[in-house]
Design a protein around this ligand. Structure first.
Ligand SMILES: C[S@@+](CC[C@H](N)C(=O)[O-])C[C@H]1O[C@@H](n2cnc3c(N)ncnc32)[C@H](O)[C@@H]1O
Length: 376
């Protein structure tokens, strides 16, 4: 059984490589890294997020905040309660469905359940997993969940995307001979490799460092910027919470970050090689929150907050869940989870929360302690 499973994996792996190779050959020039990343993560049959083999959490390739602790979702629920005002919730890329379960559980406890909890998920396999998770934990609330394939019209409430922007296909750029050029992907008999495009990369929508060192490599995520813009028209009134690893522009383009932010995860091991384990490993780039904020503002959103995940969770009272816990053993367990979520060396500072609002003037509780909007 084990061996045939291994063989299946190799077959699966070769197929996606062949599909990408064919596309490059048909193109007759390198493809952009965003195109490569789109194949590797979202190819309808073999993409990482479309495959049945993809497992999120401890047994998978990486672990997200809601997979780390229920307290993450409980704090997000507190933030939702403050602004829901009879509205609904819309979650993008809901992973295993664990964040939705945490938010709904806590909102139920706080007597503030939304009428509808919408989920937009690209992967059929993950949609199935989400149904299973929520159905198991909160069978009485499953009817409130609705899976959508596109943005609802006239949505009012809270939009949530945890670790979704970093999974959107990004372009790689490198500074060479006085200007940025796109770093594309080509293929030869030895496999995939990086290849610079000939022409300078010009795009008025993105701000790039003016005078970096030669061979300074970075990423731009036009898809993430377009996605944020597209939300504006879909929302009548509400708040958007974007939680992801990333930083403001100054930090993003720090001279020492000269190899960019691209990272791949395979069985909890990080690498910078997207050309191995294709379709079997996660590929991500950090979020440039200044670019995201600019796109949002251009569209009409107001920025209502920006801070580290640690300050956001602390502002929402994450420690109160510890003090309220009577069981000693459970409290120790929760304390470990809180450390994982808030300490600088773990998820606390590399993850940020950006809140956008449309026709919403409430000062969000999540930014009570700190609001770094001026850094964007
Ligand atoms: C790293 S996983 C995060 C899963 C989950 N949010 C969590 O925190 O555990 C990224 C998710 O984003 C989804 N995704 C990426 N682009 C998306 C888009 N445009 N719309 C909806 N989901 C998207 C992927 O399919 C995947 O489920």
């Amino acid at each position: 059984m084990k061996e045939s499973h291994g063989q299946y994996k190799i077959f699966f792996h070769m197929n996606l490589e062949n599909i990408i190779s064919k596309s490059i050959k048909k193109n007759e020039k390198p493809i952009g890294f965003d195109v490569f990343m789109n194949f590797a993560l979202y190819h309808s049959q073999f993409g990482y997020y479309r495959s049945k083999n993809t497992i999120l959490g401890h047994q998978g390739d990486f672990i997200t905040a809601p997979e780390t602790s229920d307290l993450f979702g409980y704090c997000i629920a507190r933030q939702c309660k403050q602004v829901l005002n009879g509205g609904d919730i819309l979650e993008f890329g809901a992973g295993s469905g664990v964040l939705a379960s945490q938010i709904l559980f806590e909102l139920g406890r706080l007597n503030s359940l939304p009428n509808k909890y919408y989920i937009i998920e690209l992967s059929a396999h993950l949609r199935h997993k989400q149904k299973q998770t929520i159905g198991r934990v909160l069978p009485e609330l499953i009817d409130r969940i609705e899976w959508l394939t596109e943005l609802p019209i006239g949505f009012s409430g809270v939009v949530i995307a945890n670790e979704v922007l970093d999974a959107m296909p990004a372009k790689r750029l490198t500074f060479s001979k006085g200007h940025f050029v796109e770093l594309g992907v080509n293929v030869d008999e030895y496999g995939f490799h990086w290849q610079k495009f000939n022409e300078p990369y010009l795009n008025s929508k993105v701000c790039l460092p003016l005078k970096p060192e030669n061979e300074y490599t970075t990423e731009v995520n036009l898809q993430a910027m377009a996605w944020v813009s597209s939300l504006y028209d879909a929302i009548t009134e509400g708040t958007v919470l974007l939680i992801d690893y990333g930083m403001d522009r100054t930090e993003y383009f720090h001279p020492q970050r000269n190899e960019g932010t691209l990272r791949c995860f395979y069985k909890h091991k990080a690498s910078d090689n997207p050309f191995c384990n294709i379709g079997m490993q996660d590929i991500t780039t950090s979020v440039n929150f200044s670019d995201i904020a600019d796109s949002a503002i251009n569209e009409g959103f107001k920025i209502s907050g920006y801070c580290t995940q640690a300050m956001f969770l602390i502002s929402l009272g994450i420690e109160s869940y510890l003090t309220e816990e009577k069981d000693n053993e459970e409290r120790i367990k929760l304390a470990q989870q809180v450390k994982q979520l808030v300490l600088p060396g773990t998820m606390g500072e590399v993850f940020k929360v950006l809140a956008l609002s449309k026709k919403q003037t409430v000062k969000l509780d999540g930014f009570k302690e700190k609001n770094f909007v001026s850094r964007l």
